[in-house]
Ligand binder design. Structure first.
Ligand code: FE2
Length: 259
């Protein structure tokens, strides 16, 4: 499996603190069946960002990979970022001040708040015009999406991808997020399942297997495999992923918790 969202890089944000933490997270992930982890440190603007230096990110990714190779842990770490939504993303990407995934032109975009930002459409247009593909991190957390999952459909129809957090699907973030996660997944509004790991179990662990198994129960094995292997691999290779058409959620389902 490929994990496209992980705070495995040490001493940059609220994830791993030391190199030893990073290696411990990688060992746990490898044991769970993950073979590639994208390091996605928080970018400036996020309250969790402590430092963000692209050269240092590349250096630490190389350091972690060298240590894992010498230990014989079968996992590769690739560079990336969890990019906080600001008005200067496109310019900063062009200048190399923000990192997409590896050598690709796909970015992981973090939206904070209860609603989708009013400037989101213009930002996505500018990103796409500049040749970037956008994966939105954990849309299940956004209250507006919980209330009306169909808000994601116009975004998906214009090529934006959605990343569900594995733990949310198996109940680790509470019943509301679990139900939202299931609704999004079963209506083909999710394209990538990732851990958003911040440390070792039990807190925000680098695990995908249990959520992958649950996804297979809900949407079938092939669709579940696409979430953790086929689609992430395509994104890292800068290839257009095959995306199923989104299915609208009926109103009775999307407003379940208000009753
Ligand atoms: Fe994250």
């Amino acid at each position: 499996m490929i994990d496209l969202h992980s705070h495995i890089l040490f001493d940059v944000d609220d994830g791993a603190t030391t190199l030893a933490d990073s290696l411990a997270m990688a060992r746990v992930a490898a044991h769970d069946g993950t073979h590639i982890i994208a390091a996605t440190p928080h970018s400036p603007g996020s309250s969790a960002c402590r430092r963000y230096d692209p050269a240092q990110i590349h250096e630490r990714v190389a350091q972690i990979n060298a240590a894992l190779a010498s230990e014989g842990v079968p996992i590769e770490v690739v560079s990336g970022s969890e990019i906080f939504f600001t008005s200067s993303i496109v310019e900063q990407l062009k200048r190399g001040q923000l990192l997409p995934y590896g050598q690709s032109r796909t970015i992981l975009l973090e939206l904070v708040g209860a609603t989708l930002p009013s400037a989101l459409d213009a930002m996505l247009f500018n990103l796409q015009l500049a040749g970037y593909r956008v994966l939105i991190a954990h849309p299940e957390r956004i209250a507006e999406v919980q209330q009306n999952p169909n808000r994601l459909i116009p975004l998906i129809e214009r090529g934006v991808l959605m990343q569900l957090t594995a733990e949310a699907l198996i109940g680790g973030h509470g019943e509301r997020l679990r139900t939202t996660a299931e609704t999004l997944l079963t209506h083909q509004l999710i394209h990538v399942l990732a851990s958003d790991a911040h440390g070792l179990p039990p807190r925000r662990p680098p695990l995908l297997r249990a959520a992958h198994t649950r996804a297979a129960e809900l949407v079938g094995q092939a669709a579940a495999n696409a979430l953790v292997e086929t689609t992430p691999a395509a994104l890292l290779a800068n290839q257009p992923p095959r995306i199923p058409a989104p299915r609208p959620v009926s109103a009775s389902r999307s407003h379940w918790w208000k009753r």
